[in-house]
Design a protein around this ligand. Structure first.
Ligand SMILES: [Zn+2]
Length: 143
């Protein structure tokens, strides 16, 4: 992955050139990336003959250095998932909160779809906390 400065430069450039279309590009990039991660997690869980698919999103995101993650919801079958990323590396330095973190939104969608083998409606909302850190919240509802 890119450093956060390189990511910011790439993001600024794509939004400048493609306007809101950049969000679609980032979402698709995140979805492909997340889908690969989710598929490998699913395989590992099968190999370990685990009964339930472990919902290891926080482990993945922390390991990738994307931010600090908490997740909640119905984790056994993944019918509803709520993911909050504090200090999101993709949004730091982005003054436009209306972008709503499309890469991580796509990654959440890709990981969850691959792990739980289902489709989702996914929404994302970005805001700043009192310390000025970016908080990105994702809601996934299974179809
Ligand atoms: Zn973000």
């Amino acid at each position: 992955m890119l450093s956060s400065n390189s990511w910011r430069a790439l993001s600024d450039e794509l939004y400048k050139r493609f306007s809101s279309g950049a969000g679609v590009i980032f979402f698709e990039m995140g979805k492909s990336y997340g889908s690969e991660l989710g598929t490998s997690l699913f395989r590992r869980a099968e190999e370990a003959r685990a009964k339930a698919v472990p919902y290891d999103f926080s482990y993945l995101v922390t390991k990738a250095g994307w931010g600090k993650v908490s997740r909640d919801g119905e984790l056994e079958h993944g019918s509803h998932l709520s993911i909050v990323v504090t200090h999101c590396v993709f949004c730091e330095g982005d003054s436009n909160l209306e972008h709503h973190c499309p890469f991580l939104k796509g990654a959440c969608f890709g990981i969850a779809s691959a792990m739980y083998r289902r489709e989702y409606d996914v929404s994302a909302k970005c805001s700043l906390n009192k310390k000025g850190e970016h908080i990105c919240k994702f809601e996934l509802n299974g179809k």
